[in-house]
Design a protein around this ligand. Structure first.
Ligand SMILES: [Zn+2]
Length: 134
């Protein structure tokens, strides 16, 4: 019997428990550990927060762009959807459409597949009102 090279991809499976525990621990740390104290010099705030993982993953962004135009808050780091899922944190409503876009994106199938595996592992969706399924 010959292998069928055109076969379907392997079925999606949850991350092994030990891997999932490490992912959860790292994601929670990433979301909660700020690289700065509470008192930030306003003149330095942009650079300090833009370079802080916890601020970035929570969607910190300047209220205006370089031209002074107001911009809505948005996650500004790569992989943010996976971090939110791995940490088991409810995603803010304002991020859910962007989360879903990352889940179904075709331009990075490896990322989308890993995100789907995260969702399978932790039971989170971005389309249900409560969005945490377990
Ligand atoms: Zn921060």
């Amino acid at each position: 019997m010959t292998a069928n090279l055109e076969s379907k991809p392997a079925p999606l499976v949850a991350w092994p428990a030990d891997v999932a525990r490490t992912m959860r621990r790292n994601a929670v740390a990433y979301m909660t550990r700020h690289d700065h104290g509470p008192d930030i010099d306003p003149a330095e705030e942009h650079d300090v927060r833009a370079n802080c993982g916890a601020c970035s993953i929570r969607g910190w962004a300047p209220l205006t762009d370089d031209a002074g135009t107001e911009v809505p808050p948005a996650p500004n780091v790569a992989g943010w959807a996976r971090v939110w899922v791995q940490a088991g944190r409810p995603s803010p409503v304002m991020f859910r459409e962007a989360f879903e876009d990352e889940r179904v994106t075709a331009d990075n199938p490896a990322y989308a597949s890993a995100l789907a595996r995260d969702i399978l592992t932790w039971g989170v969706t971005f389309t249900q009102p409560s969005h945490v399924t377990r």
